[in-house]
Design a protein around this ligand. Structure first.
Ligand code: ADP
Ligand code: ZN
Length: 519
């Protein structure tokens, strides 16, 4: 049986995301693996699918008891034999689960780390587990083992014993947050053997980041929503009361919306969520209580009426837009006053250290609001990822570009390529458009109507236009024995005059003025 088959039959998903498939194949070879993937990226399947394909039992270490139950429930809904052990269960319940494992009726067993050394009379749970056939050990939230990480949990340190206890079981460590130091530390502490490291980019290229002044935010919001009447969107507010007020105000202006927050009656909350998921209502006005565990792929925009408390939260909340890969918006209303006001909310009584961290995170979020450089670069750098100076898809970058209608030039390229039956690469195509002499041209091409159609434009300029057309998916490059350009369906539309090609370029920046030396 193949991973893809399990993905489709057991989990009901069509295809793998990001590096899931590569990770799963690596784990299936019984090799140690380290996975860094953004929240919501789909880490769970990376060990759940191997667990189903292996013969024995797989252990999953997870720190949060509440999430553990959700995960196990979700697996059971999919007909998968999974269970968890934690301190909320009675001894009888725990014994029943271990009996099931002993009878090989379990595929996945979720454990809180502190359970491992807990003992029943004389045998520790770890010793009991050693009598089972363990195929795989997954460590979720693996950064908790490192003091360098931001969520160190002392009970994770005992996981260092797992490798010795189960020398033959491959181990997979997963986290959404670990800088290089933390990565190294996790690998050392868990004693991973020569692990493959899979790091997924945090970039969400289809999300456009925009910040607008908070002053007059309601009118600005109406203007933003006007062209997006048919789209699903989430609008986050800080307080419960403001979600209700905003949902009312928007509804009165013809944008039907529903509120969602943790203070609402459970039934009402579930009803509102259901209405949004079924698209009976387009807009959800919510506190951050909304969104966790919700997997709606066509959310077209996420608006923040108030400043989120950290870049992590902002990234996670805006990340709910555009899961389907289509163009989406993240709009934040920001004012420096907001930052000052919010500082009072992040103070954690009696904990100076944590308060300091919370304030720092809030300030980093404030900086995002005040950037005059690419916002995506800031986000990616925050997660220690390299990024180009300009992304071309945030408000800052877009304010520095000019648009050109390049449809006529694009049509020339496409028409010429089409007459050449899409059998050539850029070099020959440009020769052809330039009307190159017979030493460089096949005879029969020199009688085609588009031969020489681009003689008035320099070769480099055509090359640039072709590169643009490739990067915007009007053309694709095939690399066979020699490279060929092919016209995509989108390119075909341009050729037929059904779509325009608007290309953007960065404006030439004026040279910085020489600053006078003060000494
Ligand atoms: P993480 O642990 O990385 O935060 P999860 O494993 O909880 O993420 O996955 C987030 C959501 O994405 C879940 O609802 C999950 O079912 C869904 N998901 C994961 N992989 C896929 C996939 N290949 N196709 C569609 N949905 C997926
Ligand atoms: Zn940018």
């Amino acid at each position: 049986m193949y991973p893809l088959y399990i993905l489709q039959k057991q989990f009901g998903y069509a295809s793998f995301r990001m590096k899931q498939e590569a990770i799963i194949n690596h784990v299936l070879q019984k090799k140690d693996t380290f996975v860094l993937m953004p929240t919501g990226g789909g880490k769970s399947l990376c060990y759940q699918i191997p667990a189903l394909l292996f013969d024995g039992l797989s252990l999953v270490i997870s720190p949060l008891i509440a999430l553990m139950k959700d995960q196990v429930d979700a697996l059971r809904v999919n007909g998968i034999e999974a269970a968890y052990l934690n301190s909320t269960q009675s001894p009888q319940e725990q014994k029943a689960i271990l009996d099931k494992a002993r009878e090989k009726k379990l595929k996945l067993l979720y454990l809180a780390p502190e359970k491992l050394l807990s003992s029943d009379k004389h045998t520790s749970l770890l010793e009991t587990l050693q009598t089972f056939s363990i195929s795989l050990i997954a460590i979720d939230e693996a950064h908790c083992i490192s003091q360098w990480g931001h969520d160190f949990r002392p009970e994770y340190l005992m996981l260092a014993q797992l490798k010795k206890a189960f020398p033959n079981a491959p181990m997979i460590a997963l986290t959404a947050t670990a800088d290089q130091l933390t990565q190294k530390d996790i690998i050392e502490k868990l004693e991973l053997k020569d692990p493959a490291v899979f790091i997924s980019s945090f970039n969400r290229p289809n999300i456009r980041y925009t910040v607008e002044p908070k002053q007059g935010s309601f009118e600005r919001l109406l203007r933003f929503l006007e062209p997006r009447k048919e789209a699903q969107g989430i609008i986050y507010c800080l307080s419960r009361r403001s979600t209700e007020k905003l949902a009312d105000d928007l509804s009165r202006h013809g944008f039907k919306s529903l509120p969602y927050h943790a203070g609402m009656e459970r039934e009402q909350r579930a009803r509102n969520q259901e209405m949004f998921l079924r698209e009976d209502v387009r807009i959800m006005v919510a506190t951050i209580a909304f969104g966790m565990g919700i997997d709606k792929s066509n959310v077209r925009y996420v608006v923040h009426m108030d400043l989120p408390k950290s870049i992590e939260s902002y990234y996670q909340e805006t990340g709910r837009a555009g899961r389907d890969g289509l163009d989406s918006e993240a709009l934040l209303f920001y004012s420096p006053g907001d930052l000052a006001r919010l500082k009072h909310f992040v103070v954690i009584d009696d904990n100076a250290d944590q308060t300091k961290i919370a304030l720092k995170k809030l300030e980093q979020m404030g900086q995002f609001g005040e950037l005059s450089t690419c916002r995506r670069k800031y986000l990616l750098n925050y997660f220690e990822e390299q990024a180009p100076e300009h992304c071309g898809n945030c408000d800052i970058c877009l304010s520095q570009v000019e648009s050109f209608d390049e449809t006529p030039l694009a049509q020339k390229v496409l028409a010429a390529l089409s007459q050449l039956q899409e059998k050539f690469g850029a070099g020959y195509l440009i020769d052809f458009m330039h009307g190159a002499s017979s030493s460089r041209m096949q005879e029969q091409h020199m009688t085609l109507s588009t031969y020489g159609c681009g003689a008035d434009i320099a070769r480099e300029e055509w090359q640039r236009i072709i590169d643009d057309l490739v990067s915007r998916r009007y053309l694709i490059k095939l690399h066979g024995s020699y490279p060929k350009l092919k016209i995509t369906a989108r390119g075909q539309r341009v050729l037929e005059g059904l779509e325009k090609v608007i290309l953007t370029r960065f404006k030439e920046k004026p040279a910085p003025e020489a600053t006078e030396k003060l000494v």
